[in-house]
Design a protein around this ligand. Sequence first.
Ligand code: ADP
Length: 611
Amino acid sequence: MRRPMRTWVYLFGINALVVCVGFLLLIAVSLSVLEHAIELQTLRNLRTFSHSVRELITARPPRAAAGETLDSFIKLLASHDPYFRITLIAADGTVLGESDTNRLNLENHFTRPEVKAALLGQEGYDFRRSSIDGRMVVYYAVPLTLSDSYAALRLSMPLASNVLFSTNLRQQSVIAAILILCVILTLSFAAAQRISKPLAELRNAAFRYRTGEFTYRPKIESPYEFAELAADLNRMALTIQDNIEDISYRRDYFESVFAHTAEALIVFTRGLQILEVNRAACRLFDTGARKADRSLISLVRSTEIIDFVQAHIADPAEEHGAELEITIQGADGAEHHLLARCSAITPENERRHFLLMLTDVTRLTQLEQIRKDFVANVSHELKTPVTSIKGFIETLLDGALSDEETARRFLTITDEQTARLSNIIDDLLSLSQLEQRGAAIRTQRVSVRAVFAQIMRLCLPEAQAKQTELSLSFLSARGAPLDGDIELYLNEGLFIQAAANIIGNAVKYCPSGARVDIGVQQTPPHGIMLRVEDNGPGIPAEYRTRIFERFFRVDKGRSRETGGTGLGLSIVRHIAELHGGSVQALARRDGSAGACFELYIPGNRMEPDAR
Ligand code: ADP
């Protein structure tokens, strides 16, 4: 391919060509005009001289006595100027006198135009090359009367004899012209450079903008149009920079939103080729590669999802996308209940893109199930005592009232069932209040010994009734008996409720004459661990976590017998969590039969307002 010409070469070349041609033309025209003027001037001079010489010859003819002939006289007249030639021609064309050469060697001059005119009585002239030396010569002839016969007096002069026609002058003119041309071309070169330099700077700026360097500012002060162009380029770069920053910000913003959205998002083509996958989708399907250049089929591995997506691609009727609820086995091995939504995110064409959004509703489904179970459990728990109360009241109304002993027995049972109902409702209210508090409880600094004095007062009557021995001990962090007190932050009322529940359970589920060890141990930095161990039936290992669920009982009949609601440990767990602590059921540490509960309270100051 032909390499394009550089601007300065182009400008300089055209300039040089135009200047050279113009200059040469100017010189040619000037020289031609000058030559013409010189010819005219020479002609005028020759005319004047011709007249003067004619006057001279007529006034003072050659003296034959002194040996003068016309030829020698003419040679004498022209002897002072080597360029000047005088020729005298007779009427028949014979040369009578000649200043420059031997007249006898000259041919007949009758045919010469100027001579012809002079012999006819007129003045004539001619420009032609000399027959003697070939130079360009101006001839001028006037008529002359010689001894009654007509003759022609001709003066001639070579044009080169004029000072303006000398070789020297021409040489000097050419040298001067070349010098002037050189100066003009140098100036033209400088001018071309002045134009091409800002152009190069503009090109440099454009190159930098192309490579993303929008902070570059071309500095051009002249020529005006280039300076304006540079200023416009600056403004354009600023606008582009602003736009790019804006677009980058938006892109990062949307990428961040896309990446951090909890829903699994997958963007794919009509051919199910994945374009974008967010973190949630990678977690769900366990793929390390975020920008997966793979197909949707290999990522989701669920025919249900693929069928759903393909149906939507084939018939994207719903404007806001189609929905499907499915259950899949996630990468973590667990079952995930998903709500899948598929929608087109670009206009209808061959390159249409789609978005598959998978919302994990597993937890919601579980919560919904818990809520349903809870309602069923509550209904069931309430129904038993209510049915029992109703039954006894009906029996009483049907006549049992008259039998005082039966009536008393029935009323006692009704009273117990009412107490049970009341317990369930109290515990439900308690739970509901704890749940409503959320994480907001107020703690105060308390003496642990004083708090346990209260707890023991609460639990002792029942323990004594069952001849259960309660032993309370305070231990240091290292497990040694502690003489002093422990002070920590807790919500006194809630803690007493939790501790009394655990100790009460131990008393409740152990047979008479059992022993319950209550240990309160310091746990650095501020907390305590309440450990309650009994030697009762204990809790089978598989139920040790489930007993903290609402209404869960290991032995339903036994629990009801003892007036249990199945909500006590659930309340304990809530209280522990509200304090930032925990509760767990374990086997006894010494391996013997019986239950062991550990309630840990960190003892930090907690202000609901500070949270
Ligand atoms: P309940 O009102 O039935 O006592 P809880 O939530 O307090 O309800 O206890 C849940 C279940 O845990 C009880 O029904 C009982 O089966 C079991 N449980 C709790 N504490 C003990 C214990 N110390 N020994 C044996 N079983 C216990």
